[in-house]
Design a protein around this ligand. Structure first.
Ligand code: SF4
Length: 238
């Protein structure tokens, strides 16, 4: 009996190689807790328990599938494009990009995308990219009011800088001309909420355990689905 026909050699076209590469790199491990020991202004809108875990450096296990996708750098790249517009339009105050701000008493810190000279102050600016147009349900919502997480983040910057106003800039990644800018004044109620949240976190830190989970099951809340701390959170007794 003759040997069966050998299998044809595998085809490695550029497309195959690209697919293999992208498949192997589409998830990147979360960075080790650079912000640990501090509360991050950009995460104030997160679950309070996740805020606690982030502070105490409870990082996901290395084998934990909770990895971030490469989408995060896409958002960052888009923000850089928007900041180029600011720079080229001479709106951006020189040397005032990616400015760190911290309040050691509150243990709160963040990196403002920019500071712009406006009405006699340096006003914080937070740039957000938005994905999609009419196909994205959130698009219409964020057109009419800022996303709560971003609003909290900007108010935290304004609070730490003692700035009376600031700006949120949204830009659609699908249409370079589709951008808008929200001016926001100091909002005492929101800034009080931020202080209250930070004091609550400090109380739990003093007690040595995380705040209770806000939901009864991870399936009850969309945020649990992509939370980096899902495993330790739901494996903990309370
Ligand atoms: S898994 Fe859910 S409840 Fe637990 S920290 Fe994350 S978001 Fe909060």
């Amino acid at each position: 009996m003759s040997d069966p026909d050998p299998l044809p050699p595998p085809i490695f076209t550029p497309e195959h190689r690209l697919r293999d590469y992208i498949e192997a790199h589409k998830f990147v491990p979360r960075e080790p807790g650079k912000k640990s020991g501090w509360y991050a202004a950009s995460k104030l809108g997160d679950c309070i328990r996740a805020n606690y875990y982030r502070f105490i450096e409870m990082l996901p296990e290395p084998e934990d599938p909770q990895f971030v996708t490469e989408r995060a750098p896409i958002g960052k790249a888009w923000e850089r494009i928007v900041l180029d517009w600011f720079r080229n339009a001479k709106v951006l105050t020189p040397d005032h990009e990616q400015v760190s701000v911290a309040d050691p008493e509150l243990r709160l810190k963040g990196i403002m995308d920019a500071l712009i000279e406006d009405e006699g102050i340096l006003a914080p600016v937070e740039v957000k990219s938005i994905d999609g147009m009419n196909s994205n349900d959130n698009y219409g919502i964020w057109r009419s009011r800022p996303k709560p997480d971003a609003y909290l983040q900007l108010q935290a910057y304004m609070m730490m800088r003692k700035a009376g106003h600031g700006y949120l800039v949204y830009s659609s990644t699908q249409d370079v001309g589709d951008w808008w800018m929200w001016r926001t004044e100091t909002d005492p109620a929101t800034q009080r909420w931020i202080r209250d949240r930070l004091s609550t976190l400090e109380i739990y830190r003093g007690l040595g355990g995380p705040p209770p989970r806000p939901v009864k099951s991870p399936s009850d809340w969309k945020k649990c689905g992509w939370c980096a701390f899902k495993k330790p959170c739901w494996e903990a007794k309370q």
